[in-house]
Design a protein around this ligand. Structure first.
Ligand code: ASP
Length: 535
């Protein structure tokens, strides 16, 4: 409050103040007049009677107004420091810091020590491409930026650092999405002589203390568990959103010998019941959607409000089939008939799509879930080879070691994922600690001995020199914080994120390198860099 009678020079200065100017004021803190009290402000009962006022920094007109909610993201990111002044970003950054501090305290309280691992390394496979770093001292050679500290943390176990953790930055060259950035952080941890229950216990504690640090009611422990097989069967996803039902049901048995050829000939027939009688136009759109996910078509039965069944396929279905697909009035049965993997993919996508579209998801619910017992290998769709599901250091389930060679597709692993409301928060596993099992896994993935040695020889050597059983986990910090902050994109909880095209609008990175630098590194650039639009 500048009162011209009390401080006339300050009043004159005040006339020159514009939006976002930085000012310094000296004066007296006094109670506000009763009509000026603002209970919505922490300082709403007092005011500063200014005696001296100085403008210490000017601001040019802003590229956007701080209270404007509709500012395009590229503009927000170009002027992120202005964006950070806004309440939402202030809240998100502070929430993130509170959660990370709580996580660190929990880890330290449980005897974990924070040990740093290298950024530049030989590469740890986590299913993405490596970012490469050329080395001036050794032209033609490259470090890979660590996709995770995976092998280093396993080596800590061999090195006697039996409870390790780190808020580790990871780098993965993959397409960016709402829940993915090139660089992100993980609560990375590993424990020696641990079993699955020990690891899950630590993670559940971490989740609970994070809620508590934010004064929220934590989810109840233990978190529910679902096997990978059940998750795929019932939800068509290994990260199911269980805040709504519409579970997938199996109809393979009942459709054997069906008059409807598509069903009779399909390896798997499954369906889901949507609690709405969908219109023809809606069904057409859904069919397009299903086709985008790989389906050949979308068979359906609509049960209208009077219980009448409307469907081009009903006439081919036997009474037994119709009985199996019986749905209440005002609903629609949607079918998937194909290979099990395709049916899971399509019905899983449809379920989630309709859950959102029809408002079936109860947003007030917090559903944490463990998905367990993943397969050890999956077929790589491009090469047809067996490949790891998460990374190749995951131990098979006890008793499944023989299957690595004899029937890789049937081997289950000791891998587990933590899911929150359909987001994969993180993954972990009990690891292979015997070198012959590790070698067998590399072999099953089609890796020759030479290749295995070239890529992982140093690690196989370490496994030969007294490796204790061990396991661990990595929790995606930004995903976790985004969900805690109620944000649907991790960019909202990262101070300086990259845009979907992989650029940083603030600094203009990435940028071409000078010829001198390229020459020093022994690199010649073939293609001209694609000009980024900054979005
Ligand atoms: N290294 C794994 C990852 O980054 C996590 C783990 O298995 O501990 O996802």
């Amino acid at each position: 409050m500048v009162n011209p009678e009390r401080a006339s020079r300050a009043a004159q200065t005040a006339h020159g103040i514009r939006s976002e100017f930085v000012v310094q004021a000296k004066g007296e803190v006094v109670p506000r007049a009763p009509e000026a009290v603002n209970p919505n402000l922490a300082t709403g009962e007092v005011e500063l009677q200014v005696d001296e006022l100085e403008i210490v920094a000017h601001s040019e007109p802003l590229p956007f107004q701080l209270d404007d909610e509709g500012v395009e993201e590229p503009l927000r990111l170009r002027y992120r420091y202005l964006d950070l002044r806004r309440e939402r970003m202030q809240r998100n950054m502070r929430l993130s810091a509170t959660v990370i501090a709580a996580i660190r305290r929990t880890m330290e309280d449980h005897g974990f020590i924070d040990v740093w691992t290298p950024t530049m390394t030989l590469g740890t496979p986590e299913g993405a491409r490596d970012f490469l770093v050329p080395v001036r001292l050794q032209p033609g050679k490259f470090f890979a930026l660590a996709q995770s500290p995976q092998l280093f943390k396993q080596v800590f176990m061999i090195g006697g650092l039996d409870r390790y953790y780190q808020i580790a930055t990871c780098w993965r060259d993959e397409d960016l999405r709402a829940d993915r950035q090139f660089e992100f952080r993980q609560l990375d941890l590993e424990l020696a002589f641990s079993e699955r229950e020990d690891v899950l216990d630590v993670l559940e504690r971490v989740v609970v203390v994070s809620f508590e640090a934010l004064d929220r009611t934590p989810p109840e422990r233990p978190f529910p568990r679902l096997s990978y097989a059940d998750a795929m069967l019932r939800y068509g996803s290994d990260k199911p959103d269980v805040r709504f039902g519409v579970e997938i049901q199996d109809a393979t048995e009942v459709t054997r010998g069906s008059e409807f050829g598509v069903f009779a000939n399909a390896e798997a027939v499954r369906f889901l019941v949507v609690p709405t009688a969908l219109s023809r136009a809606q069904l057409q759109r859904l069919e397009e959607f299903a086709k985008e996910w790989g389906a050949k078509g979308l068979a359906y039965l609509v049960v209208d409000e009077s219980g009448e069944v409307r469907s081009p396929i009903a006439k081919f279905l036997s009474d037994r089939e119709l009985e199996a697909f019986k749905a209440p009035a005002g609903s629609t049965v949607l079918f998937g008939a194909d290979s099990p993997a395709m049916v899971e993919r399509v019905l899983g996508a449809l379920r989630l799509h309709l859950g959102n579209e029809l408002g079936l998801i109860d947003e007030s619910r917090n559903e944490f879930l463990w998905v367990l017992d993943f397969p050890l290998f999956l077929r790589d769709e491009e090469t047809g080879q067996w490949t790891f599901v998460h990374h190749p250091f995951t131990s098979p389930l006890s008793g499944h070691e023989q299957l690595i060679e004899s029937d890789p597709g049937a081997a289950l692993s000791q891998h587990y994922d933590l899911i929150w409301n359909g987001w994969e928060l993180g993954s972990g596993s009990i690891r292979i600690h015997r070198q012959e099992v590790q070698e067998a896994v590399f072999k099953a993935m089609g890796m020759s001995d030479d290749e295995a040695r070239a890529k992982f020889g140093w690690f196989l050597d370490a496994l030969r020199l007294g490796a204790p059983p061990h396991g661990g986990f990595a929790l995606g910090i930004e995903r976790f914080v985004a969900l805690l902050a109620g944000e649907s994109n991790i960019r909202e909880v990262i101070a300086f994120p990259k845009t979907a095209s992989g650029s940083d609008p603030l600094t203009g990175a990435p940028a071409p390198a000078t010829q001198v630098r390229l020459d020093e590194l022994g690199i010649s650039v073939k293609a001209a860099p694609v000009k980024s639009s900054g979005t």
